[in-house]
Design a protein around this ligand. Structure first.
Ligand SMILES: Cc1cc2nc3c(=O)[nH]c(=O)nc-3n(C[C@H](O)[C@H](O)[C@H](O)COP(=O)(O)OP(=O)(O)OC[C@H]3O[C@@H](n4cnc5c(N)ncnc54)[C@H](O)[C@@H]3O)c2cc1C
Length: 340
């Protein structure tokens, strides 16, 4: 165990990123108190620090010379509870899935479809995490953050966050706001269950469940995710490496003429969302291995580290994929993962 709230030097970041990339933080602090976090971040000593939560949405391509902070603040507080709802405030360093389990144990609903998403609570708003028809924004009320530009504490209400598909004000102002707590509104009765997306319903049917509890929905999501996604503890990865591109109707119609079987989902009134995995698979990358790096055999959106990959090699593969998709389909696919 590393000493907390203390400046350390030359620490390997391999245990702190799910790609399992070996790079070194020249300066490193594990922080478990918000007062220490604020003191460090507002001092002039450490410009542009790099925060790491669960390290499940980052690709480290080089040693990091600025201060790396692993945030480990803990605590879950029920602020208020009515007959139907509870307001719950959670510290940024809590592990997201552990919090989901806590909510289910307390019969609080709304986040069961987000079971088993890796990472921490404080990072969940950054890309408005989402899965199986639910996004964080559906239960989000507010969050507290430290503004590194104006050196002050700020409170963001949901409407200030500009949440979008894997997007938020925090993602668009990368590195400026460090989230310290989030507050969510969960249901305590009459849960709004969402089982129509993906394979949840068929999973429940297989078990003969007609009226699932939120725990049964969570269990179904966990089973599906375990069967589909590689476990980063076994095979280094960062989930979906790219966002699904959103294109205009005009661009879509041109593509559909050429590729009549192209899958798509309506996005707003005049755009379509195309699965990036399909585009990548059509470029011939699915299951391809290039020495220590590759594209997962079942999920073309997932890039993997077979053991000793360097971050640069993964980034190079990602750029080759981007170029192939651009050349073949004239579509830009944007990384979902944060590159450092
Ligand atoms: C196997 C796998 C499956 C995944 N499935 C999904 C999925 O279904 N849906 C989905 O949305 N995502 C998914 N992801 C992506 C990832 O789990 C989420 O993006 C998650 O919210 C990242 O959290 P983290 O704590 O690991 O972030 P990190 O990787 O630690 O950090 C992400 C970014 O946030 C910054 N940051 C860290 N802490 C803070 C803070 N407190 N305040 C401000 N900035 C901060 C970092 O500097 C970095 O830029 C998956 C990833 C993996 C590996």
């Amino acid at each position: 165990m590393l000493k907390t709230n203390t400046l350390l030097h030359n620490i390997s970041l391999k245990p702190y990123n799910t790609f399992g990339i070996e790079v070194v933080a020249l300066q490193f602090m594990e922080i478990d108190r918000n007062s220490v976090l604020q003191e460090v971040l507002f001092s002039e000593e450490y410009p542009t620090p790099l925060l790491i939560g669960g390290g499940s949405n980052i690709l480290l391509t080089k040693d990091i010379s600025t201060l790396v902070i692993h945030l480990n603040t803990k605590g879950i507080e029920v602020i208020s509870k009515t007959e139907n709802h509870a307001l719950v405030k959670v510290q940024a360093g809590e592990v997201w899935h552990e919090f989901v389990c806590w909510a289910i144990d307390h019969d609080m609903g709304g986040i069961e479809n987000l079971s088993l998403i890796p990472g921490n609570v404080g990072t969940a708003p950054i890309q408005n995490i989402g899965a199986y028809g639910v996004e964080l924004k559906d239960v989000f009320v507010s969050c507290q953050a430290l503004d590194l530009k104006d050196k002050k504490e700020v409170n963001f209400k949901k409407e200030d966050c500009n949440f979008g598909y894997r997007d938020s004000v925090f993602k668009r102002n990368k590195g400026r706001y460090i989230i310290t707590t989030i507050t969510l509104e969960l249901t305590t009765k009459n849960h709004n269950k969402n089982i129509t997306y993906g394979a949840i319903e068929s999973q429940l049917n297989q078990k003969g469940i007609d009226h699932p509890s939120i725990r049964q929905i969570s269990d179904a999501v966990i089973r599906i995710r375990k069967s589909k996604l590689p476990d980063p503890k076994v095979l280094g990865n960062s989930g979906s490496f790219f966002k699904n591109p959103v294109i205009s109707m005009k661009e879509f119609n041109a593509l559909q003429k050429k590729y009549p079987d192209i899958p798509y989902y309506a996005f707003g009134e005049d755009h379509q969302k195309i699965p990036a995995g399909w585009l990548i698979e059509r470029c011939g990358y699915k299951g391809k291995r290039f020495e220590e790096v590759g594209v997962h055999e079942n999920q073309a959106l997932v890039l993997v580290n077979y053991g000793n990959a360097k971050g640069e090699q993964i980034w190079q593969l990602a750029q080759n994929i981007q170029k192939s998709v651009q050349d073949k389909f004239n579509v830009y696919i944007e990384p979902e993962v944060n590159i450092y």
